[in-house]
Design a protein around this ligand. Structure first.
Ligand SMILES: [Zn+2]
Length: 128
């Protein structure tokens, strides 16, 4: 039986929910916000307060649970392409690219390319 067969995997996103990013393209260019969700398969992220679209919702439709939704216009954040955002480094507070480093104990970490500070990601379990 074949094991460890390499599986085609989408490129890992450097971004994770909880990260603060700067939007560098599109109508919301210049805005900063926190990442709410990542869509690694599409290479997209959802940023709080950015790329707001309005969805017209019909009253009475059920949203997953058992509470019927009120009708009307609902604002929601649409996913942005990952290439349209840049991570904001919490140490130097500037948009940066990040470098992947491997620590002595074999763990992976991220490092800011500008100030060299290790980037401590707020650990959060992805609910996907
Ligand atoms: Zn930095």
């Amino acid at each position: 039986m074949l094991r460890n067969k390499p599986r085609p995997r989408p490129r890992r996103l450097d971004l994770a929910p909880g990260d603060t990013v700067l939007v560098v393209a599109g109508k919301d260019r210049g805005k900063t916000g926190e990442i709410l969700r990542t869509l690694p398969r599409e290479g997209k992220v959802v940023v709080k307060g950015v790329n707001i679209l309005k969805r017209h919702v019909k009253a009475g439709r059920r949203a997953g649970g058992n509470t019927a939704m009120q009708g009307g216009i609902v604002d929601f954040e649409a996913p942005l392409d990952r290439s349209n955002v840049m991570l904001l480094c919490p140490s130097c507070n500037r948009p940066t690219r990040i470098k992947h480093i491997v620590l002595e104990n074999g763990e992976r970490a991220l490092q800011c390319r500008r100030c060299g500070e290790p980037y401590e990601r707020p650990r959060r379990v992805e609910a996907q």
